[in-house]
Write a protein that binds this ligand. Structure first.
Ligand code: SAJ
Length: 427
């Protein structure tokens, strides 16, 4: 049985570790976060992801996944640690550095090391390789070194880990082949071989492409508002074109991927990435635009009670990292509004400046305006008639095109939708 050491047991590392452990490998799962280690050792998991709890339990119970605070000798080492950005939008690769340093005492001839963390181009050869070669072993000769990004959609991780096509980039051909063999243990999608830097670039291209396409959708929402057009109808009609696929406007772009990764390219080559930077700025500005929409709808927000529905960064996940909904809520508080937020996937979360509630009723109880920021399933099916009975609110602002304006208006709510001009809404 091959032994794999996975460093980083987060949204990607933990599913990856459990996947290897339930596909014939013996896995050492390593993390530096004591809370994560304790939770996992006690049979729990710290991430809400469909099917993950069961998969991890099976791996731990069969002792094919052992949890540890330090690496051990293994045939392969997977580095899946966070690569966030600093406040100045520069890449923070400190976790990659420390993971590589942690491997040094255990690296042996014939091993494979794979970096999975989304990283700036050339991180594998310029940062990781020199650290690992401090062992005296030569990358590509004594041990294999590769880069292989994940491309799973949070909420569908376990299925996409297996079925999605996978890119494996080696510092040389034999390293790429070693990576292909490792992932073939559970990946049923096509495994495509390339070099390490191309693999790093591919990952960044995927998410940057998505960020730019979300940015144009957000910019269309502002233009539609300006011209008195319903952006949602416009997108529906435009997407009938065989080669057009305009994405959905919203309150902004969150998560630790799409809102982060493009900055790696901007930082690495600022003089030749103006479009990428601008798209990031458009998306980062969208929360302010949402607040301006409320001000145009309600007037001065000082003292207005707003019920915010949804704080996570996207529908039906519990992840609030870089969430635009949280940013909108902070801006509302700064504008003087009294905000109560309800996040069904994180009912215990708390923030300075606004209160959160354990249920919808509490959030709506004293509201004058209901602001829908995340298209959670539980919000999509809300009945205006029922809502009307449990809240004094008469203003609805829907930023995710979840609700029917006719239904809410027929229950005597004033209804505003992102991307449909306030004036247009009064039609
Ligand atoms: N969003 C919009 N409008 C849209 C689509 C998304 O406003 O039409 C917003 C979402 O609400 C969210 C943000 O963008 O705040 C990002 O959502 P997402 O679903 O695009 O991205 P992630 O971060 O959940 O997952 C992405 C995926 N990458 C691509 O779709 C190219 C996933 O495949 C990656 O593996 C993941 O990033 C990652 O880990 O890099």
């Amino acid at each position: 049985m091959k032994k794999v050491c996975v460093l980083g047991l987060g949204y990607i590392g933990l599913p990856t570790a459990a996947m290897f452990a339930t596909h014939g490998m013996h896995v050492i799962g390593v993390d530096v976060n004591q809370h994560i280690l304790t939770t996992l050792k006690n049979g729990g998991i710290h991430i809400q992801e469909k099917g993950l709890r069961e998969l991890v339990k099976k791996a731990v119970d069969t002792n094919t996944l052992q949890i540890s605070d330090h690496p051990a000798e293994a045939d392969a080492f997977i580095i899946a640690v966070p690569t966030p950005i600093n406040a100045d939008k520069t890449a923070d690769l400190s976790s990659v550095r420390s993971a590589a340093e942690a491997i040094i005492p255990y690296l042996r001839s014939g091993n494979l090391v794979v970096l999975e963390s989304t990283s700036p181009p050339r991180t594998t050869i310029d940062l990781l390789q020199p650290i690992l070669e401090k062992t005296g072993l030569r990358a590509g000769v004594d041990f294999h070194l590769a880069y292989s990004p994940e491309r799973v959609l949070p909420g569908e991780i376990l299925q996409e880990l297996v079925e999605n096509a996978r890119v494996v980039g080696g510092i040389n051909r034999s390293s790429a082949e070693a990576g292909r063999q490792l992932y073939a243990s559970f990946v049923t999608g096509e495994i495509m071989i390339t070099d390490a830097t191309t693999a790093e670039m591919v990952k960044l291209m995927e998410n940057t492409y998505r960020d730019i396409n979300i940015a144009i959708a957000n910019e269309f929402s502002r233009l539609a508002d300006h011209f008195g057009v319903d952006v949602w109808q416009g997108i529906e009609l435009a997407n009938k074109h065989p080669r057009v696929n305009i994405l959905k406007p919203g309150p902004g772009v969150g998560g630790h991927c799409i809102s982060v990764d493009p900055w790696f390219l901007v930082e690495a080559a600022p003089h030749i990435s103006p479009l990428i930077r601008t798209a990031r700025e458009v998306n980062d500005h969208q929360p302010e635009y949402i607040v301006s929409l409320l001000e145009r709808t309600l007037g001065d927000l000082r003292g207005i009670s707003v019920a915010v529905l949804g704080l996570s960064y996207k529908p039906d996940v519990d992840d609030l990292r870089e969430s635009p909904a949280v940013e909108v809520t902070h801006l509302l508080v700064n504008a003087g509004a009294h905000v109560t937020a309800f996040e069904p996937y994180q009912v215990d979360v708390s923030f300075a400046g606004f209160s959160t509630t354990a249920n919808l009723e509490q959030a709506l109880a004293g509201a004058e305006c209901i602001l829908l920021l995340v298209n959670h399933r539980v919000f999509r099916d809300l009945s205006p008639d029922k809502v009307r009975k449990i809240t004094p609110a008469r203003h609805i602002v829907d930023t995710v095109n979840a609700w029917s304006s006719d239904e809410w208006r027929s229950s005597e709510f004033l209804f505003t939708r992102l991307g449909v001009s306030v004036e247009h809404s009064k039609v």
